[in-house]
Design a protein. Structure first.
Length: 339
């Protein structure tokens, strides 16, 4: 067998495994989604779910008005964070480059806390402030890091610094805020799907209809960009324009997800590495990373509601999973001499 045949066979095996992983993730998401609609203080047998979704009565109200919007919001938030994290990490060639590490979600958090504490805002207004804060913070980080070209570790370091400043702003506002407003802000800062309605799911779904296809289309250029700017330019890519477009889509995905559910910790950070491990030797595409993010959020929310003895925000569970992974990654990078 020639070298070309060996490479072709390896690619076929990788493609088959990637399709199998994608199918398995889809099946797992459907299963967890269905269970999240069925389980609760008012249990609905799984066999009765189709009738509840299409019918009327108490079961239909509980499923379609209380549980379905929450589950759909969690699904969409996970898809958005998973795709955003994969774009950041692959574009910048840095496993630390995710929106909740480099300051984007801190920008959303600071803007939301300002809206809640200073103006007493709530609902859609807080979401709009969070969206604007994330987009402005992403633009500021890019402008501060772009001198001489955007490099992974420089953008991460700039983002961490900007995030630290914004976290200090949040802490300052929380120290003198009214207790009621501070409690409201704290719940939002944790990352929460409690009380999510169609008003939260609708705008996020509309944004993802545009952003996810854009991410998949622009994602084709990631392989070329990962070879280096000179090589990518030699392949015919407009490096700066493509990088800016990818960063804009990644920030927008994180911004809309944060506006819908708050800064759900570490979903964007862990989704791509988990998907890559599942796929095997080759890098996972954006699809498996997005599906992994959705599964992480749905599982985290189910655990937060039903498995821990008290109903908790989903961000508590995802943070408990993601924080040890971050420490392990930092320790591994330090031992390898990359930090």
């Amino acid at each position: 067998m020639t070298a070309v045949e060996v490479v072709a066979a390896a690619r076929r095996r990788g493609a088959v495994r990637a399709r199998a992983v994608t199918l398995a993730l889809l099946v797992a998401i459907v299963a967890v989604f269905a269970v999240s609609l069925a389980v609760g203080d008012f249990p609905v047998p799984l066999g009765d779910l189709p009738g509840a979704l299409l019918g009327t009565g108490r079961a239909a109200y509980v499923v379609t008005e209380l549980r379905l919007p929450r589950a759909i919001t969690g699904l969409l938030v996970g898809l958005a964070f998973g795709t955003s994290g994969a774009l950041f990490q692959r574009l910048l060639r840095n496993p630390l480059a995710s929106p909740d590490v480099i300051g984007v979600t801190q920008g959303a958090s600071a803007a939301a806390v300002v809206a809640i504490v200073l103006f007493g805002a709530g609902g859609a207004v807080v979401s709009a402030w969070a969206l604007a804060g994330a987009l402005l913070t992403g633009a500021a980080i890019y402008l501060l890091a772009r001198r001489g070209g955007v490099h992974g570790y420089r953008l991460v370091l700039v983002g961490v610094g900007v995030g630290a400043v914004l976290t200090s702003v949040v802490s300052y506002l929380m120290t003198w805020a009214d207790v009621t407003l501070a409690q409201q802000a704290l719940v939002w800062l944790t990352g929460n799907l409690n009380g999510r309605s169609w008003d939260h799911a609708g705008p996020l779904a509309a944004a993802l209809v545009v952003l996810l296809p854009a991410a998949l289309l622009l994602g084709r250029a990631l392989t070329g960009l990962q070879l280096g700017d000179d090589t990518a330019a030699g392949l015919g890519l407009n490096v700066e324009r493509t990088r800016v477009a990818l960063l804009l889509v990644a920030v927008a995905l994180a911004a809309f997800a944060t506006a819908a559910a708050g800064p759900v910790a570490f979903v964007a950070f862990v989704a791509n590495p988990i998907a890559t491990r599942l796929v095997g030797g080759a890098r996972a595409g954006l699809g498996p990373a997005a599906l992994t993010g959705a599964l992480v959020v749905l599982l985290g929310d189910f655990a937060a509601q039903h498995l821990l003895g008290a109903q908790l925000p989903v961000g508590v569970v995802t943070g408990a999973v993601g924080a040890p992974y971050l420490l392990w990654l930092l320790a591994s990078a330090n031992r390898a001499g990359r930090m």
